[in-house]
Structure formats: C-alpha cells, structure tokens
Design a binder for this molecule. Structure first.
Ligand code: GDP
Ligand code: MG
Length: 441
C-alpha cells in the first residue's frame, strides 16, 4: 500500500512539473515571437508574470489541449494590454472637432492625415486639412497634392514660417466654413529633440485640439516606447495610429505606444494609398503578433482539416506566400473527403460564408466539384503558379472547352481563387512549427 501511495504522489507531482514545463516552454516560445515582433522587453516580461498568475496549473493538468489553454490566456492578456481602459475622444459628425497629428518625420503623418480625412469624407463628413509643417521643404506641396486628389479643402502657406500662426489661421478659417473635422498636420524631426516638442506644445496650446493623434511607424522596433512617451510628455496624446503595417513589421510597437500614452490605437495604415487605412481591431492584430495569421485559431483549423502528412508542406508554401490553385484544389479534396461538409467548411478561413452559405450545403458541394472539374483541365504550370496574370483569355477559353464549362464559370472559379488567395496570403511570414512540434500544437 505504502508503495502505491508514494507512487501516486510521485505521479501527481510529476504531472504538475510536466504542466509547469509545458507552460514555461510555451511562454518561452511566445516570448521569442513577441520580441521578434518588437514588443518591448519589459511588456513581455510583465505579460509572462501575469500569465503565470492567471493560468491555473490544475486546469492544465485536467485539460487536454494545454497549449490551447495557454495560448488563449496569452491572447487575452495581449488584448487587455492593447486596451487602455478608456476610449479616446471621438469626433462627432456635424460638430466641429480639431484633431492634431504628431509624430516623427517620416512616420506617415501627412499621408495619414489625408487618409483620416478621406475616411470621414466618405461617410459624409466635412473634413479640412491644415499644414502646420513649416520645417520641411515641400511639406505644404505634399499636403496640397494629397488634399486636391481627395477633394478636401486645405490651408497652408509657402511664405509663412511660423507653424503656430498657420495652424491658428487654418483652424479659424475652417471653423467659419463649418467644417466638422479640422485636421492639423504638424512637422516632425529626424530625432526626438527639444525644439520639436516645444513646437508641438505651442501649436497645441494655440489650436486647443479635441484630440491629439500620435502617428507611429510600425517598423521602428524597440524605440516605440520612448518615442511615444516623449510625445505624450509634451502634448496630450489621446490616440495612436500605427502606419506601414503592410511591411514586414508585425507592429509590436503598438503595445508600447498604448502603454506609454495610455491611449488606444484607433487606425492602422496598410499602404501608401489613400484608402489603405483600416479601423484598428484588437483581435486580428494580436493574432498576427503571435504569428497566428490574421485571425485566431488559424493553425488549429489547419490541423483539424488538413491531413497530418500534408501539413508541413502546406504551411511551408503558405509561409512563402504561395497560395496556388493546386493548394485550393487539395483543400477542396480534403473538404469533400471529410464531410459533413457544413461543419468542415466553416473551419478553413475564407471557405465559409461566401463559398458556402448556411443551409445550402448540397449546392456548395456541387459547386466545389464543378470547380475541381475545371481545374482538372488546367496545366501543371497553371496550377502551381501564383501569378494571377498567367490566366489570360486563351487559357481561360481552353479550360472552359476542356471541362465542358462556360467561360463565365471558369472566371467565377478564378475569382473564388483570388478571394481565397487574398485571405490565405496573410499567412505569409508565418513561423513554421518544427517537426515534432506539430502534434503538440
Ligand atoms: P511624415 O513625415 O510623418 O509626414 O510622413 P509622410 O506622410 O510624408 O510619409 C513618409 C513615407 O511613408 C511616404 O513615402 C509615405 O508614402 C509612406 N507611408 C505612410 N504611411 C504608409 C503606410 O501605411 N504604408 C506604407 N507602405 N507606406 C506609408
Ligand atoms: Mg509630413
């Protein structure tokens, strides 16, 4: 009896140690990912401490998918870190608000000012732009060009060198013209320096903005915290916009900016064009930060739907950004094999709502089979290419003839492919689990 008790105790303590080890391994892995995504070291450490307090080792011992429990806890914790607890000032349509943009030179202020104005204009607002950057030559021309393109009224001067004077004049004018969103673009410097912050303070005092927006380049790395804090100390930053999220940066600096300014991120910039601008959404952002793609649970879904032996290859291709027609074909095969089709479908990102409306599973299944017949008439080159331009008119006609389908149907199939490719391309740059880690995930 004594032997079995001690054995049981030993087993119990072993179990705890194992769960603690799983927790630590998992945390270390995610710590690495977060540091690579430029999350500030101190924030990562705080998060680790919190997670250890939150995750209950007993739950881990009882639960089957330990990693899932831990991942979920980390996910929630990061979401919490991006929420400063109070919303930022939100301008109201039809009421005059002054919004001042601040940030270092090159962070994307001028571009983002126009995007912000354009975004609101499309919703029926009357925005206006004021160029209070007299520091950089060409600043006014840039704003003028942007504003003209978007048909947004603007104000600035080639002669006047006092940014405060221009800012005040511009705001006054547009108040008189009943604009409801008066946006003041300011100058930046290459470095954080006293003169810049003094200028920001003066412009802010003179124009009394309802909201000061701090614009931050997502690729500045670990510098984010200090930069955001420096701006917060001179002007009352109330919200953050993170730019250049289309690049390589995963944007961990956003966490720093929130921590340093105690303000929320409200938009992100995803390109140089006017409409490459998105409302910031915490969950997809955190998924991306954790290398989980742009939505939570992407990996889980792949693991559930895609057969084990196909997973490494698929993930490798997706991480390279190659969602080819052949991959689509193979995923169709997987889906048809698995049934009941409704359940399986909704598991793979992008394969749900559009491709398979609820309650119309039979039709969806027929559609997939039709698509696959058409793809059977494609050449290897066509199936393995990720160049959408390859599919020219003569190829489309050949495929239609070969499969006994209409050109229109082939085009519809290719449209579907493009839609999925766009969604799945977000897996680009994904960290691929090493052999052996796969089943543990
Ligand atoms: P400012 O000095 O802060 O006013 O920055 P600008 O607005 O002049 O932007 C600096 C550069 O960054 C320009 O070449 C912009 O086109 C580019 N830029 C701004 N926002 C984005 C973005 O979200 N994505 C990309 N790829 N480029 C951006
Ligand atoms: Mg500028």
């Amino acid at each position: 009896l004594g032997g079995s008790i001690s054995r049981a105790i030993q087993q119990m303590s072993n179990a705890t140690i194992i769960d603690e080890k799983v927790l630590n391994d998992c945390l270390n892995e995610i710590t690495r990912a977060l540091l690579q995504s430029d999350v500030q070291f101190k924030l990562v450490r705080d998060m680790q401490t919190n997670i250890k307090k939150i995750v209950n080792l007993d739950d881990l011992a009882a639960g089957h998918n330990k990693r899932k429990i831990i991942q979920q806890a980390i996910f929630n914790e990061l979401c919490k870190m991006l929420d400063p607890g109070k919303p930022s000032f939100t301008p109201k349509k039809g009421k005059t608000s002054v919004v001042m943009f601040v940030g270092l030179q090159g962070s994307g202020k001028t571009t983002t000012c126009t995007k912000y104005a354009y975004y609101h204009q499309k919703k029926g607002w009357k925005p206006a732009l004021v160029c209070a950057d007299t520091f950089r030559a060409g600043a006014f021309d840039q704003l003028k060009q942007n504003a003209t393109k978007a048909k947004i009224p603007f104000y600035g001067s080639y002669m006047e060198s006092d940014p405060v004077k221009i800012a005040v004049e511009g705001v006054e004018r547009f108040k008189k013209e009943n604009c409801d969103l008066i946006i003041v673009d300011t100058s930046g410097r290459h470095k954080q320096e006293a003169a810049l912050f003094e200028e920001m303070r003066q412009v802010s005092e003179a124009t009394k903005p309802d909201l000061v927006l701090f614009v931050m380049d997502s690729s500045i790395g670990q510098a984010a915290f200090d930069q955001a804090q420096a701006f917060k100390q001179s002007v009352a930053v109330g919200a953050v916009i993170v730019t250049k999220m289309d690049g390589h940066a995963k944007g961990g600096g956003a966490l720093s900016a929130v921590a340093a300014t105690k303000s929320p991120v409200i938009f992100i910039g995803t390109g140089e064009h006017m409409d490459e601008f998105e409302v910031f959404d915490v969950k997809p952002f955190v998924s991306r930060l954790l290398g989980m793609g742009d939505w939570s649970g992407f990996m889980d879904k792949i693991h559930e739907v895609v057969p084990m032996d196909q997973q490494p290859e698929l993930l490798q291709k997706l991480s390279e950004g190659n969602f080819t027609l052949r991959i689509m074909y193979e995923q169709f095969q997987n889906i048809l094999k698995m049934g009941p089709i409704g359940q399986v479908f909704s598991m793979l990102p992008g394969f749900s709502a559009e491709l398979m409306p609820k309650g119309r599973e039979k039709e969806s299944q027929a559609k997939i089979k039709r698509y696959m017949t058409m793809m059977d008439s494609m050449t290897n080159e066509e199936l393995d290419s990720s160049n959408p331009k390859l599919m020219n008119e003569s190829r489309i006609m050949r495929i239609a003839r070969g499969s006994g389908r209409q050109v229109r149907e082939v085009m519809e199939m290719l449209e579907e492919y493009k839609r999925l490719a766009k969604i799945w391309s977000k897996m680009k740059g994904l960290k691929i689990p090493k052999k052996g880690e796969m089943s543990a995930l």
